[in-house]
Design a protein around this ligand. Structure first.
Ligand SMILES: Cc1cc2nc3c(=O)[nH]c(=O)nc-3n(C[C@H](O)[C@H](O)[C@H](O)COP(=O)(O)OP(=O)(O)OC[C@H]3O[C@@H](n4cnc5c(N)ncnc54)[C@H](O)[C@@H]3O)c2cc1C
Length: 401
């Protein structure tokens, strides 16, 4: 029997497995895809995410296959623009998820974890009120059971385990979709991530290695709205209609078909249950606009691995470990979640976007601080942000753990 089985070999699952394997645990990762694989993402690691990776790994190879990101450019309606660097010695990286995730999972294998790619986790094994393992879809057909002392669900935003166990759900609002793809020939890109916030949608742009530019359009879509249509056309229409961006895309060529996903937001009610711990997006996802999903996923993996090791050492009970993980996640992330929800509610409302555009003209330093805090470089209290754009509060009824 394994000590820990992990669903998902993305950044959260891979890092949790690496930490556990290095500490001597028998750990097995089941990953549905075969790596390298594409994953829709803005492809930027913020300075905080890079710092987490550097705590565990020699990042030289990763640095060689990624580019510097020195900060962010945020633009709003009416031509307002704020650019800020992360600060002295602070840098993020631009790297495709195809490269990043494969690199990380390789390190996990080298650390001694068993990694089974192309194997989907289907559900949890439950007995006497706690989880004792998982069921996977066998490669040749049929199901197989894997028992373990603990299970970590790191299977992403639409986590099979978290949804099946009633720990995660998609909130009624916001319901926003992302369309992401790559272009060549985009003019005017520098070594910064870009966030172009408009009334009703936003567009993230980042230069990635190989002369490519990653473009993500995020927009709402409610039940009863017109069908989206082809993602490629939708993205092109948004770019062509944007006065600040259309000229930069005049000679741009789409590379491959864009990918669409949504609704994006996922709320969770607990960071696990007896025998099960959640890590990464499986424990909830707020919005991609802050560009800190990978930092939260990696730091959440550290927390889940630390709690799991305490269970294996007999210092924590497997029955209550998820409560301890919930407490530690709250302590580590609650301020950032509030900040992220505040920004999400801001860009959801046209009035919020207008108020923010005014604030950006009057107090650009506020947005410079926002960029650094979003990049996990330092601290901006969430109430400072709320005061800065006119007191609009973070969304109510939206939760995370
Ligand atoms: C449009 C968009 C742009 C983003 N841009 C950025 C950005 O620029 N910077 C940033 O830091 N964050 C960004 N994020 C967030 C970031 O992508 C996530 O926070 C991050 O991928 C979370 O990592 P994870 O390991 O928890 O999940 P994932 O990366 O989703 O990995 C989960 C893994 O589990 C596997 N899996 C799923 N189901 C099963 C199953 N049943 N059995 C076995 N395996 C399974 C999947 O194949 C996948 O490999 C963005 C997100 C979106 C939607």
């Amino acid at each position: 029997m394994d000590d820990v089985v992990i669903a998902g070999g993305g950044p959260a699952g891979a890092l949790a497995a690496l930490i556990l394997a290095r500490a001597g645990a028998r750990v097995r990762v089941f990953e549905r895809a075969r790596f390298p694989r594409h994953k829709l993402c803005g492809d930027t690691l913020n300075p905080g995410a890079l710092a987490v990776l550097s705590r565990h790994l020699d990042t030289a190879d990763l640095l060689a296959s990624s580019d510097d990101i020195h900060g962010m450019l945020i633009t709003g309606p009416g031509g307002v623009a704020v650019r800020a660097t992360y600060g002295a010695g602070m840098t993020g990286r631009a790297v495709t998820r195809r490269v990043l995730d494969a690199w990380l999972l390789r390190q996990t294998c080298e650390a001694g974890a068993q990694v089974e790619e192309g194997v989907a986790v289907k559900g949890a094994q439950v007995a006497s009120g706690r989880i004792h393992g998982i069921t996977v879809a066998r490669r040749g057909g049929g199901d197989a059971r894997h028992d373990s002392r603990l299970v970590i669900a790191a299977d992403g935003r639409r986590s099979t385990l978290a949804f099946a166990r009633g720990l995660a759900h998609q909130p009624v609002r916001p319901r926003r979709w992302a369309i992401g793809g790559y272009f060549t020939g985009v003019a005017g890109c520098g070594a910064v991530g870009e966030m172009h916030v408009r009334k009703g949608h936003y567009i993230g742009i980042a230069p990635v290695p190989g002369g490519l530019t990653n473009v993500c359009v995020v927009m709402p879509h409610a039940a009863g709205d017109q069908p989206f249509g082809a993602p490629r056309d939708l993205m092109r229409r948004r770019l062509d209609a944007d006065p600040a961006l259309r000229d930069r895309f005049t000679n741009a060529r789409a590379e491959g078909e864009p990918v669409m996903l949504g609704p994006m937001a996922v709320d969770s009610t607990a960071a696990g249950e007896p025998g099960l711990l959640l890590a990464g997006d499986a424990a909830g996802f707020i919005d991609p606009m802050t560009g800190d999903g990978l930092r939260l996923a990696l730091a959440g993996a550290e927390l889940a691995a630390a709690v799991a090791l305490e269970v294996l050492a007999g210092r924590l009970s497997p029955e209550t470990a998820h409560l301890e993980l919930t407490r530690r996640r709250q302590a580590a992330f609650a301020a950032k979640w509030r900040f992220n929800r505040t920004l999400r509610s801001l860009v959801t409302s046209p009035q919020g976007v207008s108020a923010a555009a005014v604030a950006a003209r009057v107090v650009p330093s506020l947005f410079e601080a926002v960029i650094r805090y979003a990049g996990d470089c330092g601290q901006v209290p969430a109430d400072h942000l709320r005061r800065g754009y006119g007191g609009q509060d973070a969304e109510r009824g939206s939760r995370g753990v």
